[in-house]
Design a protein around this ligand. Structure first.
Ligand SMILES: *[C@@H]1O[C@H](CO)[C@@H](O)[C@H](O)[C@H]1NC(C)=O
Ligand SMILES: *[C@@H]1O[C@H](CO)[C@@H](O)[C@H](O)[C@H]1NC(C)=O
Ligand SMILES: *[C@@H]1O[C@H](CO)[C@@H](O)[C@H](O)[C@H]1NC(C)=O
Ligand SMILES: *[C@@H]1O[C@H](CO)[C@@H](O)[C@H](O)[C@H]1NC(C)=O
Ligand SMILES: *[C@@H]1O[C@H](CO)[C@@H](O)[C@H](O)[C@H]1NC(C)=O
Ligand SMILES: *[C@@H]1O[C@H](CO)[C@@H](O)[C@H](O)[C@H]1NC(C)=O
Ligand SMILES: *[C@@H]1O[C@H](CO)[C@@H](O)[C@H](O)[C@H]1NC(C)=O
Ligand SMILES: *[C@@H]1O[C@H](CO)[C@@H](O)[C@H](O)[C@H]1NC(C)=O
Ligand SMILES: *[C@@H]1O[C@H](CO)[C@@H](O)[C@H](O)[C@H]1NC(C)=O
Ligand SMILES: *[C@@H]1O[C@H](CO)[C@@H](O)[C@H](O)[C@H]1NC(C)=O
Ligand SMILES: *[C@@H]1O[C@H](CO)[C@@H](O)[C@H](O)[C@H]1NC(C)=O
Ligand SMILES: *[C@@H]1O[C@H](CO)[C@@H](O)[C@H](O)[C@H]1NC(C)=O
Length: 764
């Protein structure tokens, strides 16, 4: 799937470059193939005439360097250059045309077998016989995912190429030997040299068009050389307060201790190492944390990182133009047997010219009758394989999709992807998320990318429904007013012992159409806060119950002393309940500092005057609204727990509460109000209030006891009263008396008249 996404991106990018050039000319394909190839060489090499050498595509080069050149383990710590002196990368743009009638040209449709060159000579030397037999051939070695090389996983196929030069069988110094390989008899005219001359076209006329004859199978359009050090970022490394100059400087002076090691007492730095993963990324000894090296090299066992690495190499050379080859290189569908016998309902035996420009077998996902298992070591075909107008292919054999293809064009699933290949899906405009508003405060504009997917395959989308790519917006960094504040919040504790805060005011222009969101990104100034005691809100029995708290939690936080919540609120100690009445002049208790200070101030004033800790448990206004403190005044219920939970202390407590000096209480209350924030600063002046006792205190005992001069079980006489036998005696005596009276009445009624009988019965 990753490869699939890579392709779609690849196509979109190609499309974007196309619109820049408006109309691109459709040129007929060439007989040769144009490819980008890379070489890794020591500096000073003559790179202008590549021959007797192995080259790579970008991904293949990255693999070669990562697996063969830069890893530290197994190399001489004393070396003064990278493996084989490699420090230069050359990118060639090369035209290739092999002799296709030769039976040796049977790899990736257009190439011969890859041969390995070492010091300019084919190894093993017998591999050079191919050149004698069929002329000079460009060879190819392909690495197919998932495991083209177990040390270097990739998502797409990558390649190495071999370019034969003069006398391919002998090493560099011996190229003029009479032992050099000769072409087989008749392959070149007898008037010409019979020695194998190499594939690099070197003629007087038409040298730039390779024709696949001996001596001319490739032509170098141009090439660029770059230092490997600059590509991998050696110069961005620190060498003790300065940038490292090159590999050797880095090796001796790098300051990154993560990369350094010591050998015979000397400190060196390694460019890259991955001990444990030397032979395979699947070794049990291969653990990601052992990998060290320049950021360019790390992630060797990660296919996605390896693909990034190949892109980085292409970028270093100014980017790849390889996709343009798709229009000019020969189409792959004619090459047998690999490519010209597709199976449409299975979606296999197709070929595409891939990101490296090579014909490669590929499959179409999501077909009606897919092979099981999926073809091994094949990548999904490029999505424009069938519909790219510049290179029509497989016209008579488009894939048969499993889906009915009525959905939106998408590569999200295999079924959807197949529909994109055949061009049967609804195209919908795509867009990114909106970007940030370009204004910090007030009116601004926001932008997003809007694009038409797969435009190069299906043509343009419906312009009339193109979504907007910009929109009005409001900034979200307006300042909060640090001096003015809004309404007070509700109390965060329904039991009445919480905090309330004053809201912030956002200073936004045009009257804040988006409200406080326009200040959301600005730092908040401190908000005024104060304790709160919502009045008359207690609902549960006995004044403590599960109270609503801020943020939806529910719990009791405020049982008055002497009560406990155990499922239900229960009286635990002997307590006294008193109700006082307060009378003042037209004062609102709904909001403001007076309301917030009223209850805690009253509570403290009572405690002060009685020396007893009390809690306010309820609060009602006799006025109309429940909050206007004036006409009718307010009743305040308080509760006090007896000090040591004895009958005597309860008696004492209630006596104290009943006999409090009301004038003193009023003075004390006024003082307390100002301590709780009812001050001039808050536009609050403590009002004059007159208090009175509503009724004598109620005394309450822990159940099942009730108060009746003391706490006792209901129905029992005072503890110093009658003993049990006394009660029995009284009952017996009473029964006896009743019996005697009843007998006396009955003896009398026998002689009484009937009317009187009825009256007596009813009286009984
Ligand atoms: C291609 O190779 C075959 C032998 O494999 C040879 O007969 C033929 O002449 C070659 N063609 C060219 C154009 O060199
Ligand atoms: C050619 O090869 C033969 C046998 O391998 C060897 O004896 C001879 O010296 C070689 N000739 C040259 C010029 O290298
Ligand atoms: C190489 O030549 C091709 C055209 O033949 C051109 O598009 C490309 O930019 C050239 N590359 C360099 C590095 O000069
Ligand atoms: C060295 O490695 C540690 C842990 O992996 C990392 O946090 C640190 O940034 C590295 N130091 C440098 C200079 O890269
Ligand atoms: C591979 O690298 C990519 C980043 O390029 C990362 O997101 C991913 O997690 C890596 N995969 C593994 C298996 O480490
Ligand atoms: C296709 O895209 C449109 C617009 O984005 C969306 O409303 C619709 O739900 C999509 N249909 C399907 C089948 O996903
Ligand atoms: C912001 O936009 C609204 C309506 O779009 C407009 O009424 C208002 O004047 C604008 N404000 C400023 C400061 O430009
Ligand atoms: C927005 O879309 C218009 C065409 O509708 C285009 O001209 C413009 O460049 C786009 N702007 C951005 C920022 O993408
Ligand atoms: C503040 O309270 C007043 C009166 O209750 C109300 O009219 C106003 O809308 C409130 N303001 C905010 C921002 O909630
Ligand atoms: C109210 O809170 C104060 C301190 O935050 C605490 O001392 C007091 O006991 C609480 N009162 C109640 C009834 O929970
Ligand atoms: C407070 O509650 C008690 C017991 O429920 C009740 O007797 C008293 O009248 C209430 N006082 C006020 C002011 O509501
Ligand atoms: C209760 O206290 C009052 C005054 O302190 C006292 O006169 C009375 O005898 C006490 N009653 C009991 C039952 O202790």
């Amino acid at each position: 799937m990753t490869a699939m996404r890579a392709w779609s991106c690849f196509i979109l990018c190609a499309f974007r470059t196309c619109i820049g050039h408006s109309v691109s000319k459709v040129t007929p394909p060439t007989a040769y193939v144009t490819l980008e190839m890379y070489a890794a060489v020591p500096s000073g090499s003559d790179v202008s005439k590549p021959g007797n050498i192995d080259l790579f595509d970008a991904s293949g080069l990255a693999k070669f360097l990562a697996t063969e050149v830069v890893a530290e383990t197994g190399k001489d710590p004393l070396r003064t250059a990278r493996e084989n002196g490699i420090d230069t990368i050359v990118k060639y743009q090369i035209r290739v045309r092999n002799n296709k009638t030769s039976s040796d040209v049977d790899v990736q449709a257009e190439f011969a077998k890859f041969v390995r060159f070492e010091d300019g000579a084919v190894l093993p030397a017998t591999d050079a016989e191919m050149f004698a037999r069929s002329g000079d051939l460009v060879g190819i070695q392909s690495y197919h995912p998932p495991n083209g090389d177990v040390r270097y996983p990739t998502d797409s196929t990558f390649y190495w190429f071999s370019l034969s030069g003069p006398c391919p069988n002998l090493p560099s110094g011996k190229k003029t030997s009479s032992n050099c390989t000769k072409y087989e008899k008749g392959l070149v005219p007898s008037s010409k040299s019979q020695y194998v001359s190499g594939g690099l076209c070197n003629r007087i006329f038409k040298s730039n068009i390779p024709d696949g004859t001996p001596g001319c199978s490739y032509y170098v359009e141009n090439f660029t050389a770059k230092k490997l050090d600059s590509i991998v970022g050696i110069k961005e490394q620190d060498c003790g307060g300065r940038q490292c100059a090159d590999w050797q400087d880095f090796r001796l002076h790098c300051s990154n201790t993560n990369l350094s090691f010591t050998h015979l007492g000397v400190k060196y730095c390694k460019e890259y190492d991955f001990p444990g993963c030397l032979t395979s990324c699947q070794d049990s000894a291969c653990h990601a944390e052992n990998e060290v090296g320049l950021p360019f090299w790390t992630g060797r066992c990660n296919a996605s990182r390896n693909s990034d690495r190949a892109s980085a190499i292409k970028e270093a050379f100014g980017g790849s133009i390889v996709d343009l080859y798709y229009a000019h290189n020969p189409s792959c569908d004619k090459y047998g047997p690999m490519c010209n016998k597709p199976v449409p309902d299975a979606g296999v035996s197709y070929c595409h010219r891939d990101g490296s420009g090579v014909c490669d077998a590929c499959y179409v996902p999501g077909t009606a009758n897919p092979p099981s298992p999926r073809p091994a070591a094949q990548v999904p075909c490029r999505v424009d394989l069938f519909l790219n107008k510049k290179m029509p292919q497989y016209k008579d054999a488009p894939p048969v999709c499993a889906s009915d293809c009525h959905g939106n064009c998408s590569l999200a699933t295999d079924r959807d992807s197949c529909c994109v290949y055949v061009g049967k899906c609804n195209r919908v405009w795509q867009h990114d998320e909106w970007g940030e508003c370009d204004s910090k405060c007030g009116n601004g504009t926001k932008h997003r990318q809007v694009w038409c997917p797969f435009q190069d395959i299906f043509g343009p989308c419906d312009e009339s429904i193109r979504p907007a790519n910009m929109s009005d917006c409001r900034g979200s960094s307006c300042p909060w007013n640090p001096h003015e504040f809004g309404n007070w919040s509700d109390c965060d504790d329904g039991c009445g012992n919480g905090t309330e805060v004053q809201s912030l005011i956002c200073d936004c222009p045009d009257g804040c159409p988006m409200g406080d969101k326009e200040c959301a990104q600005s730092a908040k100034p401190p908000q005024p806060s104060r304790p709160c005691f919502p009045v008359g809100k207690k609902t549960g029995p006995k004044f403590c119950t599960a109270c609503p708290l801020a943020k939806g939690r529910v719990t009791c936080t405020g049982c008055p002393r002497g009560f406990a919540l155990q499922g239900d609120c229960e009286i635990r100690d002997r307590v006294a309940l008193v109700t006082y009445h307060a009378q003042g002049k037209d004062l609102s208790l709904t909001d403001g500092w007076l309301a917030s200070a009223f209850i805690p101030a009253f509570r403290h004033a009572v405690s002060q005057e009685t020396n007893i800790s009390v809690d306010v448990i309820n609060f009602t206004s006799s006025g109309s609204e429940g909050d206007v403190f004036g006409s009718g005044g307010v009743d305040i219920g308080i509760v006090a727990a007896s000090q040591d939970n004895t009958d005597e202390s309860l008696n004492w407590t209630s006596h104290q509460l009943a006999s409090v000096n009301m004038q003193q209480l009023a003075i004390s209350f006024q003082n307390e109000l100002s301590k709780y924030g009812c001050t001039a600063e808050h536009q609050c002046s403590p009002p004059a209030v007159a208090f009175s006792l509503v009724k004598k205190p109620d005394m309450m005992c822990p159940p099942p006891l009730v108060w009746s001069n003391s706490c006792r079980v209901p129905g029992t006489p005072p503890s110093h009263g009658f003993p049990g036998w006394g009660v029995a005696l009284i009952i017996t005596g009473t029964l006896l008396l009743v019996a005697v009276v009843a007998w006396a009445i009955c003896s009398r009624c026998k002689s009484a008249p009937p009317g009187q009988h009825a009256r007596l019965l009813s009286a009984a």
